[in-house]
Design a protein around this ligand. Sequence first.
Ligand code: FES
Length: 108
Amino acid sequence: MPKEFTKIAELSELREGKGSVHRFEDDEIALVKLEGGVYAFMNICPHQHTPLVDKYGGQISGENLMCPMHGWTYHVKTGKCINESGKLKMLEVKVEDGAVFVRRGIKS
Ligand code: FES
């Protein structure tokens, strides 16, 4: 049985093309609002496990997010690394009545 969605933010808090950091259960996740969608992923670079998004919103250019440590770059919508072999752990997102909900375990 799929897990329930958890409200994580108000849509109005998110800025287009910027990441934001949120607590979800025991983890830190990042939300990125981009081109009409909202994307959620664990805020950990698969390379050496450092945060990808900080209070300044992360290094996002177009649809790509670059890790500030060594430059691995991820496609925000799919989580795929475009210059190495890693992949972000994505979460499923639902936007309803101006609120952003997430749940894990649906996308990998
Ligand atoms: S820790 Fe992210 S690229 Fe190395």
